[in-house]
Design a protein around this ligand. Structure first.
Ligand SMILES: CC(C)(COP(=O)(O)OP(=O)(O)OC[C@H]1O[C@@H](n2cnc3c(N)ncnc32)[C@H](O)[C@@H]1OP(=O)(O)O)[C@@H](O)C(=O)NCCC(=O)NCCS
Length: 221
C-alpha cells in the first residue's frame, strides 16, 4: 500500500511565507549564569554568534602554550564552532550526585562575555569514579584583557556558582603548566592553594615540564 503524504492546507504559513531562517541565527542569547560583575563581565552558555569573537581572542599562541593539546592553534572560526558544538554534547553535562535522578543535566562550559563579546572561556571537567566529588576547572581570556583583574573576578564568581549548583562537589582543582605563573596567581587570588607539583608530567611545545596542582575545597567539608 502506498504511504500517504498529507499536504499542508493552502493557508499553512509554510506555504505562504518565505522559509524560516536557520534557528542558529535567531535563537535568543542564553541567560547568563553569572551577571552583575564588575567591568561588564558575564558568564553564559555559548551562542552561535560568539564564534567570530571567540576565535579572534582564542587564536593566540600565548594562550595555546598554556592549554592542553586539545586546544587548537591556529584557532579558526571553525575551531570555535566545533568547540561550541562540543559544549552542547549532553553526554558531557553534569547531574549532581545529590540531585534527584530526573533533575536536569547542567552544562559545564561557558563563554566569558564583555560588552556582548566573547572574550574567553571557563568550564569544568568532572572527575570520574572515586574522584567524582571533584572537578577540574579550566579557563582562558583574550590577551588584550590580561592584567586587568578580569579572570580573578570571573573565577571567584564561577566558584560560587559551582558550589551552589553542584551540592555534592567538595573539590575544585586546576592543573597548571609550570611556566604559567599568571594562572597560578589567578588561582591563588581566587582562594586556591598550591597542593603540589607533578614533576616532568607535561610535554608541551617540545618541552618536558612540571605541572602545578592547585585546589580549592568547599568550606566546612
Ligand atoms: C591566566 C589568565 C587567564 C589570567 O588572566 P588575567 O585576566 O590577566 O588575570 P588577572 O588580571 O585577573 O590576574 C593576573 C595576575 O597574575 C599576575 N601575573 C601576570 N603575569 C605574571 C607572571 N609572569 N608571574 C606571576 N604573576 C603574574 C598579575 O600581576 C595578576 O596578579 P596581581 O593582581 O596580584 O597583580 C590569562 O593570562 C590567560 O588566559 N592565559 C592563557 C591561558 C591560561 O593560562 N589558562 C589557564 C590554564 S590552567
Amino acid at each position: 500500500m502506498p504511504s500517504t503524504v498529507t499536504s499542508p492546507p493552502l493557508s499553512s504559513p509554510a506555504q505562504t511565507t518565505a522559509p524560516a531562517p536557520k534557528t542558529t541565527t535567531c535563537n535568543p542569547l542564553p541567560t547568563p549564569i553569572i551577571s552583575s560583575l564588575p567591568h561588564n563581565l558575564q558568564v553564559r552558555a555559548y551562542h552561535p554568534t560568539d564564534a567570530p569573537s571567540c576565535a579572534h581572542h582564542a587564536n593566540n599562541r600565548k594562550i595555546w602554550i598554556n592549554m592542553t593539546d586539545m586546544y587548537p592553534y591556529p584557532y579558526t572560526i571553525e575551531s570555535a564552532q566545533s568547540w561550541m558544538k562540543h559544549t552542547l554534547d549532553t553526554t558531557l553535562w553534569i547531574r549532581d550526585e545529590l540531585s534527584p535522578e530526573n533533575a536536569p543535566l547542567i552544562q559545564p562550559n561557558y563563554a566569558i562575555i564583555r560588552n556582548g563579546e566573547c572574550i574567553g572561556s571557563i568550564g569544568l571537567k568532572p572527575r570520574k569514579d572515586i574522584k567524582r566529588r571533584g572537578c577540574e576547572v579550566g579557563f582562558w581570556i583574550g590577551e588584550e584583557f590580561w592584567g586587568r583583574g578580569y579572570m580573578v573576578v570571573v573565577l571567584k564568581a564561577f566558584v560560587e556558582w559551582v558550589w551552589r549548583t553542584f551540592p555534592a562537589l567538595v573539590r575544585l582543582d586546576a592543573e597548571v603548566i609550570g611556566w604559567n605563573k599568571q594562572s597560578g596567581r589567578v588561582l591563588e587570588k581566587a582562594g586556591f592553594m598550591l597542593e603540589g607539583v607533578s614533576r616532568r608530567s607535561v610535554f608541551k611545545d617540545g618541552r618536558v615540564v612540571d605541572e602545578e596542582i592547585w585546589a580549592l575545597f568547599r568550606e566546612g567539608v
